[in-house]
Structures are given as C-alpha cells and as structure tokens.
Ligand binder design. Structure first.
Ligand code: NAD
Length: 250
C-alpha cells in the first residue's frame, strides 16, 4: 500500500535535524535512501546508520548546474530515484529589514528556492525521459502563512515561494504522473529555533503559543512526509500539509 519498498528516495538536508529523521522513516518503509548534504562525512555517517542499501552524496545545492550530475550519480549507485524530498534549507535571521544584505538574501533564496527548483527539474527530467511516475515533497514553513517573526522575513518569503512553486509544479507535472506536495513545520526544537541564545522563558512562551503544548520534534515530521511521498497519497497533489501542533490553523 505504501509502495516505497525498493524505491530510491533522495533526501536533501538528509544529515540535518529533520532530514535525518525523514531518512530513517523512508529506510523503515523499505526505500533506498540517497542522503544529500554539504559534508560527505555527515552523509556517509547518516547513510551507514540507516543500514544496508543506502548511500551518501555530498553536494552544495547552490551549485545548480551540477544538479543533473548529482541525480545521475544517485541513479547509477541506487537506481532511478522516483521520490525527491527537499528538506535542505537555511535561515539567516535579521530583525532589521533596513540592514538585510544582498548576501543574506541570495544565500536563502539560493538554497531554499533556486536549488529546490533546479533539483526538482533535474529529478523530473529523468522521470519524464523514462516515462516513470514519482513524487516530490518540498519543505516550507508556517512562515509562509504568518509572515514570520524573529527576523525571518526574507526566509519566509522563500518559503512562501516554495509553497507557490509546489502548487505550480503539481499542476505542470500531474499529467506526467509526478505528484508534488509539501510539509510546513511550525516551531521545531532544533538549533534553527532553540540554541545557546534562547532562554527557558522564551521556550516556555513558544510552548504556550502551541495548542498541543510542546515544540515539534524532528520525528514529528516523518509521518506526513513519508505519507505524501507514498502511494497512500496517490490522489494528493499540490497540498501543503501543516505540521505545527496547531500553532497556526488554515
Ligand atoms: P538543519 O539546519 O538541521 O538541516 C538543514 C540541512 O540542510 C543541514 O544539514 C545543512 O547542512 C543542509 N544544507 C544547507 N545548505 C545546504 C546546501 N547549500 N547544500 C546542501 N545541503 C545544505 O534544519 P532543520 O531544522 O532540520 O530544517 C529542515 C527544513 O525544515 C528546512 O527547510 C527548514 O527551513 C524547515 N523548517 C524548520 C523549522 C525549524 O524550526 N527547525 C521550522 C520550519 C521549517
């Protein structure tokens, strides 16, 4: 029913907090996972922890001209990938819009949006060329609805664009049998949100804003992600699934 047994699944940001949990979810579902992240060592370690049949592929996703080659390397090692999960993303907080730099703008747009688009393109090109159906799951953020807080205005603009892009790709590729959906996490207990600068009072305030009463954990995103990628979601495309403990409801 899930239809993921033996499928090759690409997870970008696979050595990160949420990405690693997502890799574990796909491995448990019987897929062969291609772990993509910046460091080869971190990718290899994650792939090895998943067990046999998985592999790590280091790539700086900002180098978009190399993405077709990345997909080709994955295909020659693990077989044609039919699931792509774009988890990689960066946030460069700057609470003062008057001080946002071009470098901050470019880095967030390059990783969160440009790389996501061109990796989807390279992935879909192989599916179209071989007449193979597949699915894509793109990571957005609650910020696409809220506009965000804490210096995340530019980041949230990229995540709004990811949501729009997810819908556009879903329409464009539906006839090719490629479904495109997304996951929008809320407040997740990762270094992106909670770090050395965060006080217990700030954490308590965040928790109080969440109806389910706690911050999200990386593992909380696995179910929605694996489901959307799987045959169980065969009639879903263009959906952005809200995984936020009720932080926002829409
Ligand atoms: P994370 O920083 O732990 O993981 C992101 C991974 O992406 C890292 O391993 C990083 O090395 C990788 N990456 C960054 N730039 C890259 C590049 N140029 N090439 C290849 N890999 C690159 O972050 P996370 O908390 O696991 O977040 C995962 C996703 O969820 C992101 O898209 C993020 O925007 C989204 N999200 C997170 C939160 C949160 O609170 N943590 C909330 C909403 C949305």
């Amino acid at each position: 029913t899930w239809g993921l047994q033996g499928k090759t699944v690409i997870v970008t940001g696979g050595a990160g907090a949420i990405g690693r949990a997502v890799c574990e979810g796909f491995a448990e579902a019987g897929a062969r996972v291609a772990v993509v992240d910046l460091s080869q060592e971190a990718c290899d370690r994650t792939a090895a922890d998943l067990g046999e049949g998985h592999a790590g592929f280091a790539a700086n996703l900002r180098e978009v001209s190399r993405l077709p080659d990345l997909v080709a390397r994955i295909e020659s090692t693990l077989g044609l990938p039919t699931v792509l999960v774009n988890v990689a993303g960066i946030i460069l907080r700057n609470p003062d819009l008057l001080a946002v730099t071009e470098a901050e703008w470019d880095a967030q747009h390059d990783v969160n949006l440009k790389a996501l688009f061109f990796l989807c393109q390279a992935f879909a090109a192989r599916l179209v060329a071989t007449g193979t159906p597949g699915s894509i799951v793109n990571y957005s953020s609650q910020g696409w609805m809220s506009g965000g807080f804490g210096g995340s205005v530019v980041y949230n603009a990229t995540k709004g664009a990811v949501t729009t892009m997810t819908r556009g790709m879903a329409r464009s590729w539906a006839a090719r049998g490629i479904r495109v959906n997304g996951v929008a996490p809320g407040l997740v207990e990762t270094p992106m949100l909670v770090n050395a600068d965060t006080t217990p009072e700030q954490v308590a305030a965040l928790e109080a804003s969440i109806p389910l009463g706690r911050l999200g954990q990386p593992a909380d995103h696995v179910g929605a992600t694996v489901f959307l990628a799987s045959d169980m979601a065969a009639y879903m495309t263009g959906a952005m699934v809200n995984v936020s403990g009720g932080f926002l409801m829409y």
